[in-house]
Design a protein around this ligand. Structure first.
Ligand SMILES: *[C@@H]1O[C@H](CO)[C@@H](O)[C@H](O)[C@H]1NC(C)=O
Ligand SMILES: *[C@@H]1O[C@H](CO)[C@@H](O)[C@H](O)[C@H]1NC(C)=O
Ligand SMILES: *[C@@H]1O[C@H](CO)[C@@H](O)[C@H](O)[C@H]1NC(C)=O
Ligand SMILES: *[C@@H]1O[C@H](CO)[C@@H](O)[C@H](O)[C@H]1NC(C)=O
Length: 516
């Protein structure tokens, strides 16, 4: 299935451009010298200052060099500024996510300037030409920023650029050219083709702002053909759902859309996962109480086995607007699962147990059914396939729920039969206890078999076995509560009262940004 999508994407790009030029990786040289940066006469990019009242309308343009446009447009130099930068535009029109993001920014930060960077004229060419134009547009954005700083004494700590697709690289180029560092760049699925192996200065990179956070939502296929860039390019790089396909953007969905809308809308259809990056960010702005968390992990596979739900030493972070500005020395990939629609937050659980047996037994692709019961709710009959269940080894997997179950009380585990014949085999394992770790609360709970005091018998094709919260583990409960308090102090409290206090003295967090 992955292959088909990759090919569709390539076809999508090739329809709109010539494939030959897609593989040509030359980029034009930057303008020479430093003078251009003070020359505002040839700026082609337009800077539309949007308003709370009419977030969709282009009412007034800020023109570098023309101070009167500042008051005309109601640009307030004492407020933080968000600048939204769109990507490749086949139709030459703003896509509908733009005004949604403008509105979401105003909803979260009512006292702010929101600018939409309009480079549609340069974005509607064949992909390779539009990609090369990111350099010119980045120069324009840098000139706007330098003008604000030099002529209006605007504090660059108040600037946050948000770039989607090619727009993320525009932001990167701009951030590299300003006299001083801007506060933050958020890259929303930065474009991959022609940027995966590009030089630092031609693409988004961590030096382009004091803090760079990136969401990767459509990275698949061979690196230079992936719609979204695969390599980490910021201080925090988050790969929701592994960064490849996104829930609700499946191949089946693509085919259905193509049937109803035809090939001419291919680019619209293909961008579902690409554009998901923007909607995840919007979600983080408007659904403050449902803050999604991402976890640092060495691989998608390790994450899917539930091995990376730790928050120790800044291993977890908020996704989107409320990210904690932690700059690790090396780019770290972070992962999380999400739902298919807003609010996207899900709860992450690692389920872990050791399987014992006298005989050596090693089985692949075994179907299991798991149910979790907590003080606030339950999640029943989650079906999953465990790739390898081997005698005297530990099984670990990730399970997510869209609802908060509260404190977990009970877990049931059932080993389904993988075929009609396994009924006659009746393989079995013994399980003493199940350990469940919750990512969102960092609680760890041990569950023991209900019936047998020592071992539960998990029979292939047999009945579900119930494990209940262990009464003997009082210590673990106290530990859990302490840990949760600690967590709320450092992550959740901050989200609730809006105060950006850095509560982790050991971290290398940066000063809070003004928009918080
Ligand atoms: C700019 O914003 C500040 C802070 O919200 C406010 O006090 C001031 O009146 C605003 N200036 C203008 C011209 O609206
Ligand atoms: C711009 O990029 C170049 C090349 O990566 C780098 O050496 C330089 O330090 C960057 N400048 C700024 C201000 O980030
Ligand atoms: C698995 O471990 C148990 C207890 O440690 C032991 O009795 C049993 O022989 C082991 N099974 C195998 C196949 O090694
Ligand atoms: C399953 O895991 C066991 C123990 O880790 C390993 O020895 C075995 O090769 C694995 N089997 C497969 C098919 O991956």
């Amino acid at each position: 299935m992955g292959k088909e999508i990759t090919w569709l994407i390539i076809i999508g790009i090739c329809i709109k451009s010539s494939c030959e030029s897609l593989f040509n990786t030359e980029t034009p040289a930057l303008s020479n010298g430093k003078d251009w940066i003070l020359d505002y006469t040839d700026i082609e990019t337009k800077f539309s200052v949007r308003s709370v009242e009419e977030p969709e309308e282009d009412l007034c343009y800020l023109v570098p060099g023309k101070k009167d446009t500042v008051t005309q447009c109601g640009f307030n130099i004492s407020l933080p500024t968000f600048a939204i930068i769109h990507g490749w535009s086949v139709a030459g029109l703003f896509e509908s996510w733009i005004h949604k993001l403008v509105a979401a920014l105003f909803e979260r930060v009512p006292n702010a300037n929101v600018i939409v960077v309009d480079w549609l004229d340069r974005a509607q060419h064949h992909y390779p030409n539009s990609a090369a134009n990111t350099k010119l547009v980045g120069e324009d954005v840098a000139r706007l920023i330098n003008w604000l700083e030099v002529d209006l004494k605007y504090d660059l700590k108040n600037i946050h650029l948000l770039g989607y697709s090619l727009g993320a690289h525009v932001a990167g180029v701009a951030g590299n050219l300003t006299n001083n560092k801007i506060n933050r760049i958020t890259g929303m699925d930065p474009a991959g083709p022609r940027f995966e192996y590009a030089e630092y200065r031609n693409r988004l990179s961590p030096d382009d702002a004091t803090f760079v956070d990136v969401l990767h939502t459509n990275t698949r296929g061979s690196p230079d053909l992936s719609i979204g860039i695969q390599r980490p390019v910021g201080h925090v790089d988050i790969y929701p759902n592994g960064g490849t396909a996104q829930p609700g953007c499946s191949f089946r969905y693509t085919v259905d859309m193509m049937r109803s809308f035809g090939l001419h809308n291919l680019d619209q259809i293909l961008k579902c996962a690409h554009e998901r990056s923007v909607h995840l960010f919007i979600d983080s702005l408007v659904n403050k109480q449902q803050q999604s968390m991402a976890y640092r992990c060495n691989s998608k596979d390790a994450f899917d086995r539930g091995l990376c739900l730790s928050c120790r030493k800044n291993r977890c972070n908020n996704m989107g607007f409320g990210v904690n500005k932690i700059r690790t020395t090396r780019s770290a990939k972070m992962y999380l699962k999400t739902g298919a629609s807003m609010p996207f937050k899900v709860f992450h659980y690692q389920i872990k147990f050791h399987v014992f047996n006298q005989q050596k037994l090693s089985l692949n692709e075994q179907p299991f059914i798991v149910s979790l019961y907590g003080t606030h709710g339950e999640k029943e009959d989650v079906q999953l396939i465990l790739s390898n269940v081997t005698t005297n080894t530990t099984v670990s997997f990730l399970l997510t729920t869209d609802v908060d179950l509260g404190e977990l009380l009970r877990v049931t585990l059932q080993w389904d039969s993988d075929s009609y014949f396994s009924f006659f085999n009746s393989n079995e394992f013994m399980v003493r206890r199940i350990r469940v770790k919750t990512g969102e609360t960092q609680s760890k709970v041990i569950f023991r078999a209900e019936s047998d005091g020592k071992f539960a018998h998990l029979v292939q094709g047999g009945d579900p076995v119930t494990f209940t919260k262990s009464k003997e583990d009082q210590n673990s409960r106290t530990h859990e509560r302490n840990h949760r308090l600690k967590m709320q102090g450092s992550f959740f409290k901050q989200g609730l009262n809006g105060a950006a206090t850095d509560t982790s003295p050991s971290s290398s967090s940066l000063p809070p940004s003004p928009e918080h």
